[in-house]
Design a protein around this ligand. Sequence first.
Ligand code: BTN
Length: 253
Amino acid sequence: MKTLFVGQNRIHLQSVDSTNSYATEMLRQISLPDGTLFYTFEQQNGRGQRGNSWESEPIKNVALSYVLYPKFIAADKQFMLTKVIALAVADLLTAIFKKQGVLADVKIKWPNDIYVNNQKIAGILIENTIRDSFIQSSIVGIGININQTLFKNNLQATSLKLICGKEFDLEEIIIHLSEYIEANYLQLKANKQNLINNNYLNCFYKLNETATYKVDNEIIEAKIVGVSELGLLQLKLADDTIREFDFKKIEFI
Ligand code: BTN
């Protein structure tokens, strides 16, 4: 692995309920080096955002969690971490498609789902601990659909195998992912915020497109115009006003 620290301390778990929960528990008990990686190919009870579950067929996909200490990120800037992690996953997938000679459109669906050709291929769950207004530690959980080809109908999911028509080596993917995570994370550490913001918006799903959303049980048509510093989605409504929405308040339809 060509990294300085991300994934250097690597712990393979044969089977686990959730790598995020496991990493959180380990962090409570012992000190873990920055960039420690817990990974499994058999996650029984994966957790997703909004209290959803993350399902993954055994031995087909990777589920992993990195332990990071981004103490340089203020609590009100935590969304920057979300951005660099989503960009790292997008970079990994873009590189794989390029290598395979496959034309595929990788997008970040706000706040940090990774979509390819309008279907979800990866999910991210970041759990930060804040102390004195700065991030103290962060558990960065990522699930990527790799060799799974059957998904529940309602999931609108896809995988690398479905897109490229071949199987991938799971360990190799973890190595490359760790390299992209480190590269993007170091950009954040070096305070390259403009570059990160530009990269994020360049990959943004449905930017400047009109789409349908559910807000407080109401269906509205609106256009995504950006994301605020706090990570709120900025929508231009039919009356041309711009409003910001919290992740818990709004849903893509
Ligand atoms: C989502 O799409 O809602 C986020 C899904 C995050 C899934 C990953 S898999 C590894 C890590 N451990 C978990 O329990 N969840 C994350």
